[in-house]
Each structure stands twice: as structure tokens, then as C-alpha cells.
Design a protein. Structure first.
Length: 238
């Protein structure tokens, strides 16, 4: 493996990306080749990785930290639609189609990322891999994620919708979007931010979160929601 070169991913980041999300489902040889080819990028809290509509480039994988995913389709006001955790890969659509970036990604915390340049994807194909088909699985994961959110928005009960949206944020059942359960399973968002993501009023989201907290499903901290019992959350999703 070539991870002793300058800028290479360290062991912890390789293990994080190999065990969670899109890359964990790829053939071992391709997985190792991608990790070998990636370079480390550090993004400070509050910095933008890229803006919606910016020029296409390479592929990013979040190895450590949390990212805000903000959309403003068709000139609509920017809206926080997801808070991404380890194993979230992005930049796939622009890379595959050579069209402008979809969505703005901003570091919610200090982040470490893997970056796969477009030229390296070409080199992987020349080496006999099928990187473009593999990267398309990321797009499939985003579609699955979007469908799951759309289905959750059709849930009329604020309590049931809250339970389902928490599962989505934690990656439950969305293999390519996130994958494995977080450890610790704590999301660094406020109740107001969760309400925006879940498309609920602040009062409705707050009441539902407190009900789940009293039931033992989660703990509400300062700008943080920590999952305590996934089983209780599952029972409340309806």
C-alpha cells in the first residue's frame, strides 16, 4: 500500500472510510486502490468545501467530523437538508457528468476528508478497475436518501416523523449514504436545526424530541441529540 507518501490518508482515516458507507461495499482491491490514491484534506469548522454551482472536480469522502449539506434548488432560499457524518462521499454527480456541483457543503466541525482527483479516477480505469460504475453507487445512495426523506415528510405524526428523520440522520438502512451505526451515536445539531431538516415547526419538533427523550430513546444536550436506544426509536416511527 502507498499510504506512506506525503498527504496520504493515515491508518485511522483509511479504516473509517473502509468500514462505513460507499467504500465499505466496494471490492477489496478497488477499495484499497481508492484509499491509496486519495489525499488528505483538512477543513476547519465553518469553512466551505464547495458551493452549489461551482466547477466540477474530484470526489470527497468524510473521514472525521460533520458536514452541513445545504441546497437552494431553482433559486430557492438555502435550506439545511442533512448533517453528514463519517462515510459520506460527495462530488460524484459533478465528477461523473462534468456539470456544476450540486449542493453546498460546509464543515460543521473541524473535518478530515479524503480527496480523489479526477485524474486519479482516469488512472484507476486504466489500471483495469471500473471506478465510474462504483462512483455511480454514491449517486444511488443519495437517491435512496432523498426518497427516504420524501417518504418521511409524508408522515403526518410529528412524533413518528421525528423518529424516522433521526434514523435517516444516523444512516439507518441507507448503506451507501452512511452505513454503519455511529459510535457514539450523537448528532451535533440543535433542536431548531433538526426542525428545519425534518420540515417541522420548532414547537412540534421540540415536543416530539422531548417525548422520545422521556421514553429513553435519546438524550437532548446542548446543540446535540444523542441516541440511547435504537429499539425505542424504531417503535415510535410507526
Amino acid at each position: 500500500m502507498g499510504h506512506s507518501r506525503p498527504g496520504a490518508l493515515d491508518r485511522a482515516d483509511r479504516e473509517a472510510l473502509a468500514s462505513r458507507g460507499w467504500l465499505s461495499a466496494q471490492p477489496p482491491a478497488l477499495r484499497e486502490a481508492v484509499l491509496d490514491a486519495c489525499v488528505t484534506r483538512r477543513v476547519a469548522k465553518g469553512e466551505t468545501v464547495f458551493d452549489e454551482g461551482s466547477e466540477p472536480g474530484g470526489l470527497y469522502g468524510l473521514a472525521e467530523g460533520w458536514l452541513d449539506v445545504v441546497l437552494a434548488p431553482g433559486g430557492a432560499p438555502p435550506s439545511l437538508v442533512h448533517v453528514a457524518s463519517r462515510g459520506w462521499w460527495f462530488g460524484d454527480a459533478a465528477l461523473l457528468t462534468r456539470t456544476p456541483r450540486r449542493g453546498t457543503h460546509v464543515a460543521r466541525t473541524d473535518c478530515r476528508m479524503a480527496y480523489l482527483p479526477p485524474s486519479t479516477v482516469v488512472a484507476l480505469e486504466a489500471a483495469g478497475f471500473d471506478p465510474y460504475r462504483a462512483i455511480a453507487h454514491i449517486t444511488v445512495g443519495v437517491v435512496d436518501h432523498s426518497f427516504a426523506v420524501h417518504a418521511a415528510f409524508r408522515i403526518r405524526s410529528p412524533l413518528q416523523r421525528t423518529a424516522r428523520m433521526l434514523q435517516i440522520l444516523l444512516g439507518s438502512g441507507l448503506h451507501y449514504a452512511a452505513g454503519a451505526a455511529l459510535d457514539p451515536p450523537a448528532i451535533p445539531i440543535s433542536q431548531e436545526e433538526f426542525a428545519e431538516i425534518a420540515n417541522l415547526s420548532r414547537n412540534a419538533a421540540g415536543d416530539a424530541l422531548r417525548t422520545l427523550s422521556e421514553a429513553g430513546a435519546l438524550h437532548l444536550g446542548f446543540r446535540a441529540i444523542e441516541l440511547l436506544d435504537p429499539g425505542i426509536l424504531e417503535r415510535h416511527r410507526g
